[in-house]
Design a protein around this ligand. Structure first.
Ligand SMILES: Cc1cc2nc3c(=O)[nH]c(=O)nc-3n(C[C@H](O)[C@H](O)[C@H](O)COP(=O)(O)OP(=O)(O)OC[C@H]3O[C@@H](n4cnc5c(N)ncnc54)[C@H](O)[C@@H]3O)c2cc1C
Length: 325
């Protein structure tokens, strides 16, 4: 692994991807500046549920079906970011057709077991995004990363890592491949305080003693942050299948905008724009994928072999293809 001592780089964006990339590059000796015009956590990463869920994401999201191996490797990368606390209480299917889900988990090669409540996997973990960001900011600052409260603009020159989530327009031509996906999520007081994440059809519930997290809508093509009563009501209705009575509990609604690519995997690697590396488009798995994305970015930046996952994530894979799919 080539040291990056003395190499300077700007990271645009202080979400999950930008922070983990900045820390990874700084640990290898690079002089890193992170620029973001927003307050810490005022982004999709700050709104997210924080599931690190290779198994149920591969089982439930058609865009993720073929990527359990990559997702597992990404999750395992989190063990390098202590003291970010990892909750390993697993996840339980509480949706319809438990037998069908068991067959799907078998087909994927997931590790799971049958319980009276439904199929359970200990492969899916969780972190608390707010707490994780606090740790990542502190660790990055300790590793010498500098933070600037400003947007990176098109006239800024590289070396630049674009980790701008749903922003960053104009910083690289490949950003045109991204589609916004708005999500509503609810923090529910009085829901389950502990235990595994409960998964159902189009809904999940993450226990938490402060407020359980009920998520999340997938509203394709939407990038506004307005809280909408009908989306909140639909989410509560779905939540009843996981925790009867939850729709009557006090809930605070939040929204965030993820961005996705035509094949569901992020764009990670060199842009056609000189001096620019891309780390965008992590769809509903930005927290899960962040450590793996950071490893690939660090390898490209160092001129090392970017490794076995790089081809699947290569931003050039959509060149000359219809991106409307
Ligand atoms: C409701 C919801 C639930 C989710 N749950 C999960 C989950 O359980 N597990 C999981 O893994 N993922 C989850 N996600 C997805 C995850 O939140 C995203 O994939 C992830 O946050 C993307 O991180 P990011 O760093 O790419 O983008 P962001 O977190 O959006 O950060 C991008 C940052 O770039 C900044 N920026 C924009 N333009 C510029 C510019 N020109 N210059 C500098 N900075 C700029 C923005 O201000 C922002 O702070 C969820 C998302 C939502 C909305």
């Amino acid at each position: 692994m080539t040291r990056l001592t003395g190499k300077q780089v700007t990271v645009a964006g202080a979400g999950a991807l930008g922070l983990v990339i900045a820390l990874t590059l700084a640990r290898r000796g690079a002089q890193v500046t992170v620029c973001d015009p927003a307050a810490p956590g005022d982004n999709a990463s700050g709104v997210a549920a924080g599931m690190l869920a290779p198994v149920f994401e591969a089982a439930l999201d058609p865009a993720a079906a073929g990527h359990l191996d990559l997702f597992r490797a990404a999750r395992d990368g989190w063990t390098d970011f202590a003291p970010v606390a990892l909750n390993r209480t697993g996840a339980l299917w509480r949706g319809p057709d438990a037998a069908g889900m068991e067959a799907r988990l078998d087909a994927l090669g997931a590790r799971w077991r049958r319980t009276p409540e439904g199929p359970f996997t200990d492969e899916d973990w969780r972190l608390d995004p707010g707490a994780a960001m606090t740790v990542l900011f502190a660790q990055a600052a300790r590793a010498g990363v500098r933070f600037e409260t400003r947007a990176v603009e098109v006239r800024d020159v590289g070396p630049l890592v674009v980790a701008t989530g749903a922003g960053g327009q104009g910083l690289a031509p490949e950003l045109d491949h991204l589609t916004p996906i708005k999500g509503h999520i609810l923090r529910v007081a009085g829901g389950p305080a502990s235990g595994p994440v409960l998964r159902g059809a189009g809904v999940y519930l993450c226990p938490d003693p402060a407020a359980a997290v009920l998520g999340a809508t997938m509203e394709f093509g939407r990038f506004d942050l307005r809280v909408e009563a009908d989306q909140v009501a639909a989410l509560k209705h779905l939540g009843e299948s996981l925790w009867p009575g939850i729709s009557g509990l006090r809930a605070r609604a939040e929204t965030g905008v993820r961005v996705g690519t035509p094949d569901g995997l992020p764009l990670v690697g060199p842009s056609r724009r000189d001096g620019v590396l891309l780390a965008v488009g992590a769809r509903r798995n930005g927290w899960l994928l962040a450590p793996l994305v950071a490893q690939v970015i660090a390898a490209y930046f160092a001129g090392d072999d970017p490794g076995r996952w790089a081809a699947r994530l290569d931003p050039r894979r959509f060149d000359n293809k219809d991106t409307d799919a």
